[in-house]
Design a protein around this ligand. Structure first.
Ligand SMILES: NC(=O)c1ccc[n+]([C@@H]2O[C@H](COP(=O)([O-])OP(=O)(O)OC[C@H]3O[C@@H](n4cnc5c(N)ncnc54)[C@H](OP(=O)(O)O)[C@@H]3O)[C@@H](O)[C@H]2O)c1
Length: 337
């Protein structure tokens, strides 16, 4: 497995990471045994970066990781944990807490659920609008000093917040949506990461399944599936976006690749400082995703791909408007498209 280094201060990780969210939340029911088998298959294939959040299934995702990692060497896996989102027993999103005392409480619970005595990368899932980022990152820096956390990451923040946070403690990586359909980070956020030596862990590389080549209009969505509220998956937007997928499919088939492999390969081509997280929930999806590492796309391929799906081609925003309005990464010039 190829490795990449997350920023100038971060850990070495596999060139593709596994995002475990969909095994517990947001993408409809997942099979627990298959989820565990998928995580283990990822480790066996050389994936070292596993991404989770304490709020994915309200602790379920961390407990799943604990089971999957049983018997594995702790030092061979890099566990990235997001914290801070507040949810009620029905799973509704009811706020965010980035206060230092909350950070220290969240980490204590995560360590217990994960069955480990340290977290490799710890990050607030979003910016708490009423807590200065210096305070939140300062609390994580205390956890680094105490040995509970190894590296500090961020998620979905804009360039100004990134600079302020990085001044308090080096940031290993910014986790943010980046794909052929979501290129907004290229204007300001990605250059700022590069200037500061901060890596990017890209999520939504398959645009939550839309860019996988396996999505169709008839796909049934269960209650609570994010895609039931996502503008890119609704009405005419979906038709327009699926026509972009068909344009990619022509290129993929000529290369004997799948649409998902082309979409992942494109993100891999953006630079050695960008690590795609793939949201595979089953071993067959994982196998498909990992094959993207086997064949680098040529400059001619990349040019064709970008003609098929030029910047700004996506129909609809990446999150519903009320959600976007609260995302730090979407402020000012830093719109993540
Ligand atoms: N920081 C943040 O705000 C944030 C937000 C979202 C996600 N994340 C992280 O990023 C990770 C990736 O999530 P994502 O939504 O960004 O993932 P994604 O890879 O863009 O989409 C995952 C979806 O695509 C489908 N899919 C189809 N073919 C696939 C293939 N070959 N490989 C992988 N998935 C395939 C998946 O499985 P099915 O077809 O089986 O449904 C799933 O529904 C999450 O697990 C989470 O750790 C972070």
């Amino acid at each position: 497995m190829n490795v990449r280094v997350l920023g100038s201060s971060g850990p070495r990780v596999s060139a593709i990471g596994l995002g475990c969210m969909g095994m517990s939340d947001l993408y409809g029911p997942a099979d627990e045994a298959e989820s565990i088998a998928t995580i283990r298959a990822a480790l066996d294939a050389g994936i070292t970066l596993l991404d989770t959040g304490d709020y994915y299934g309200m602790g379920h995702n961390e407990l799943l990781l604990r089971d999957a990692l049983e018997g594995r060497r702790r030092d061979q896996v890099v566990i990235s944990v997001k914290f801070g989102a507040l949810r009620d027993p029905e799973g509704a999103w009811i706020g965010f807490d980035g206060r230092p005392a909350a950070v220290k409480t969240f980490v204590a619970y995560s360590l217990r659920r994960l069955g480990t005595d340290y977290i490799d990368i710890y990050r607030p899932g979003r910016l708490d609008p009423v807590v200065p980022i210096e305070d939140t990152v300062g609390a994580i820096a205390d956890l680094v000093k105490a040995g509970h956390v190894r590296h500090v990451g961020l998620s979905e923040v804009g360039a100004d917040t990134l600079r302020r946070a990085h001044a308090v403690h080096p940031i290993s990586d910014l986790q943010i949506e980046y794909s052929l359909l979501s290129r907004g980070i290229e204007a300001e956020i990605l250059p700022t990461c590069r200037e500061l030596g901060v890596g990017v862990t890209a999520y939504g590389v398959l645009s939550r399944g839309l860019l996988s080549g396996h999505w169709s209009r008839d796909r049934a969505l269960t209650k609570g599936d994010f895609r039931g509220f996502a503008p890119r998956f609704s009405g005419e937007n979906l038709d327009r976006n699926l026509s972009l997928v068909e344009a990619l499919r022509v290129i993929a088939e000529e290369k004997r690749l799948t649409v998902a492999q082309v979409a992942i390969g494109w993100v891999l081509s953006r630079g050695a400082d960008v690590v795609p997280l793939v949201g595979a929930r089953r071993r067959d999806r994982l196998t498909e995703a990992l094959r993207a590492l086997d064949e680098a796309l040529t400059p001619a391929d990349l040019a064709r791909i970008e003609r098929a799906v030029p910047p700004g081609a996506a129909a609809g925003e990446r999150y519903p408007a009320p959600v976007l309005a609260h995302m730090d990464s979407e402020r000012g010039a830093a719109r993540a498209g």
